[in-house]
Design a binder for this molecule. Structure first.
Ligand code: FES
Length: 274
């Protein structure tokens, strides 16, 4: 019988000292580098769209409206509180007003914390890879000072759930054409974005706690139902990182699609209208 390899096998103690030094022989740097690059690109692109090029945020096709995921929900068109008549400063746009919710939700996400602690602070650099001396000197202080905001994750979750409902509502606007109901490529773009975001929210650790994690037992009545719900969310939760990245990527893909169609580089088509 072949020997079974277990985690950590072949790694020698003591650990090597010095930033990035390790006995690991795999390409451990690849993942944090790719993630750091992805997050940096996402932040630069978002800043560009919000402050430098906040135009072409939606387009209409035979009466249907397709909205960029970055600028959806477009609260500046809401009649609620007279927002559609608000004489706002020229630098204000829908994304500036709303983006703090998805930003706060993702920024305080448990998975995201793991990613940014590793990629931006090298704390830890990676499993079994030594970290900078400054991290050792500072030590782990928990979620203090600026990081105390991480404790607000559950509240960002509630707000994100609201945004999610509005996202699906925005998808319905892509279905309504002058001649009746139908779908366009924009429907799929917005629909896939809403679906991926739904999966990201549904697999959230805080939602799992809300559903049933807070209970002592799941034996009778509503507790039993919540226990079952906890089990379901736990299944999605295993892939939380996957939903994080796919939903994030699709926000930008969707925005680029809307931008390209609005600017006339690509065209959308209605696939059927009934
Ligand atoms: Fe990642 Fe809640 S833990 S969104």
């Amino acid at each position: 019988m072949l020997p079974v390899k277990t985690m950590g096998e072949g790694i020698k103690l003591p650990m090597l000292n010095g930033l990035g030094r390790t006995n690991r022989i795999d390409n451990w740097l690849k993942q944090p580098l790719a993630m750091g690059f992805g997050l940096t690109a996402a932040m630069i692109y978002t800043a560009w769209r919000l402050f430098l090029f906040p135009e072409s945020v939606s387009y209409t096709l035979e009466g249907s409206t397709v909205m960029s995921p970055i600028f959806s929900p477009n609260v500046l068109e809401w009649k609620l509180f007279g927002l559609n008549e608000w004489k706002h400063p020229s630098w204000v746009n829908a994304a500036i007003l709303v983006l703090w919710i998805p930003f706060g939700f993702r920024g305080t996400c448990y998975y995201m914390r793991r990613v940014y602690y590793r990629t931006f602070f090298a704390s830890p650099t990676a499993c079994w890879v030594d970290e900078p001396e400054i991290n050792k000197a500072l030590g782990y202080k928990g979620e203090k000072r600026l990081f105390v905001v991480n404790n607000l994750h559950r509240y960002f979750l509630y707000a994100a759930m609201l945004i999610l409902v509005i996202k699906w509502w925005d998808v319905t606007h892509t279905l309504h054409f002058h001649g009746g109901w139908g779908v366009s490529i924009g429907t799929f773009v917005m629909g896939i974005e809403a679906f991926l975001l739904t999966m990201y929210v549904t697999s959230c650790h805080a939602l799992r706690h809300l559903a049933g994690g807070a209970l002592d037992r799941w034996t009778t009545g509503i507790g039993r139902v919540r226990g079952k719900l906890f089990g379901r969310i736990s299944i999605f939760n295993r892939s939380h990182g996957f939903w994080f990245w796919t939903s994030l990527t699709f926000v930008f893909f969707g925005d680029m699609w809307v931008l390209a169609v609005s600017e006339g580089y690509l065209s959308d088509i209605s696939l059927f209208v009934i």
